[in-house]
Ligand binder design. Sequence first.
Ligand code: SF4
Length: 509
Amino acid sequence: MKEIKAEDFTESVARALQFISYYHPADFIEAMSEAYKNEKNEAAKNAIAQILVNSRMSAEGHRPICQDTGVVVAFVKVGMDARWQGGKTIQEMVDEGVRRAYAFEKNPLRASMVSDPAGTRKNTKDNTPAIVHVELVQGDEVEVTVAAKGGGSENKSRFTVLNPSDSVVDWILGELPKMGADWCPPGMLGIGIGGTPEKAMVMAKEVLMEPLDIHALKKRGPKNRAEELRLEIFEKVNKLGIGAQGLGGLTTVLDVKVKDYPTHAASLPVAVIPNCAATRHIDFKLTGKGAAEFEPPSLDLWPKLHADFSSGARRVNVDGITKGEIAKWKAGETVLLSGKILTGRDAAHKRIQDTLESGKSLPPGVDFKGRFIYYVGPVNPVPGEVVGPAGPTTARRMDKFTEFMLEKTGLLGMIGKSERGPNTIEAIKKHGAVYLMAVGGAAYLVAKAIRSSKVVAFEDLGMEAVYEFEVKDMPVTVAVDSSGRAIHQIGPALWREKIQKGEVEAAKA
Ligand code: SF4
């Protein structure tokens, strides 16, 4: 019988979370590198290159891959003959590990968890509590899988109960385009089929923790219906042409994982959970011999890519820029931004709107007239950094504020990730504004373009405060131009057509 000390468990969780904050899993890097090699759409290829360069920089710098360092999910398999020392519950031990990891001085991670989710939404400050799934198994050891899941991809989870005769593949192919690029593709899909609604959701999450092996599966051939579905969904999803960051292209998914379970004769529950460009998970085992150790990957794993994304790009300074100048920018064009921009995301937008609607003025320093807003909640810096990783957050969440911001504050442009809704595109056109996208999952790379940073308002909102950043050559793509042309509509439609006509070949298993 093995004795598992609470301290070993907690320290292992803390080490695992630090490790995955800056090291992508090796199989993920290999699959992403292959997607880079095969991609024919230059914009999508450039986005994948940014993800890979960012990944290597994070591995070298031991700083987070993405500014959203995630909600912690732990799957804990406890051997029925293992004995615990320390008198703590598994939830308490995991949470202590999360606290330790997220406050680690050399690499602090962003605390994203809020309590009272339908009310005050107060940040818990230490990223606890984690979501913990416990299973009792044979044996006397403890096996743990720890993941840090970003909000953008979690928000795109889907669930349905189909009729038993309905097609799972058709439902998934119908959902994918609606999920847009908010989940930062290319990534993986975890699919849970059967059981009950909650069982299907947990299976979809758990199966995402398995290695990427779609090519090995194709080679050996499927042995059951779940494996047949993996191959079919992988090829059909990639033929949709959504591509990296939704720009249109040949790889939307790097793998598709399916787990199934018997279900009621009347039901066919299906859950889908995506894993994004910041795929982060790791397994470890406790055998009573101390805390887990993790082996850093070799830097040879990463392809040798240049971090220069300036080729063919338009260089602009946004200080004092006019509507006339931004009217020349075209959807799909790469722009290198320099100058001063303000930041703001969900909580700041709500406060700005509430303040102005109540007839009060915004604090000094928060003047959006003729300026750009960057939707971001950065990681706190460590000594030597201006700001921690600071990639874009999902722009669509700010759609409900956009008409107000353009109309009432004189805002000129926005920077975020993935697409905007139809009403927002109309508002952009009406006001002659522009929406630029930065690559989701390239947060450390983007942060290198930020030369100075200061909080100018709403400091109490923590990472959601309004900052002023001075940027130099920040790489962005014109996603909605001032005439209302949207690259997330044009790109996928064009590449889907090319795939259908046989001019190019989507990623195959
Ligand atoms: S890669 Fe995208 S979806 Fe994933 S954590 Fe980062 S911002 Fe969120």
